[in-house]
Design a binder for this molecule. Sequence first.
Ligand code: ZN
Length: 372
Amino acid sequence: MNRRLEKLRQKMAEVGLDGLLVSSPVEDTFKNVGANRRYLSGFTGSVGFLLLTPEAAFVAVDFRYYEQAQREAPDFALFPASGPLPSWFASLVGEAGLAGKKLGFQAGDITVATYQTLTKAVKDMPASDRPKLLAAPPLVEQLRAVKEAEEVAAIQRAVDLGDEAFEAVAQRIEPGWTEAQAAWEIEKYIREHGGDGVSFETIVAAGPWAAMPHAYPRPEKRIEEGEPIIIDMGVRIDGYCSDLSRTIVLGRPGEEFNKFYDIVLTAQLAAEALIRKEMTGEEAHLLAHNVIAEAGYGENFGHGLGHGVGLQIHETPRLARTSKDVLADGMVFTIEPGIYVSGWGGVRIEDMVVLEDGRPRVLTRAGKLSVG
Ligand code: ZN
């Protein structure tokens, strides 16, 4: 019995769907955008559709994936789907018994081009065979937001290796290293110690470059003493991601560094202490934002406080201004306030937490600086 399928079927019934198509928006070459498909079925191939009904579950893949889909997705019936979608879609829908029924697709899963192909394939079917195609709410994303115990365990393994990789490299890094070199040392450590890879391109940003929250590491930039260095990195293990940011400095930190670090850390610890289940993403965000705003740097914290992490590095829930996501036990997300000052640099400190018994339990153990 596949618990995830059972839960999804319940949600489908709640919104009145007879069938649901699940795919990935683009080819999942790096196993990072096919999360809905993988979550439900276990299938990790780069392309393919799942079709779910109250009674049936199909995995529709092309010749390259016949064997892999059967191995990885034993709860699903293999539907051979070689060739362009219009050549097999009608018979899949027929086999699933969806003539005249409501067939949802996950709006975030398909491109406009795929949508057009789908609607045309439906239109070309005899009128009595056609399903009613409609955009479903993000049902699978909602399920994925609340983690099962095994998922939290996989995430903890990724977090642990990330902590270890960060500390190993942070201890060795010295003036004259380039940002790209530091990023590569982190990645190498991850690969050599059991990680499947990084969960996103490692950020190492020194000096004014660190004022850009998502800066890329420069091959020519040599790190100097005294400048803020933001390291933002993640590990992937068994499909699950981790996300970690620390800001460090080589040599003696300047007064500004200490001031900003202190504010950001205070904001982060406040959020970690005060976030509770049933808060909205916006309420959680404001816990940290208010601390930074009261210190006079609200404008310098322009991104959200955090995001869910799981099979994807950014997923539900969002902790940010205007986010109506409601926090619930089992959710895993980041808490990562920052201050960015153009021309100077930035400070960001990021932990991952799981919400348990209504409050966050911090998963990250990488050291932070003590200020003051
Ligand atoms: Zn993050």
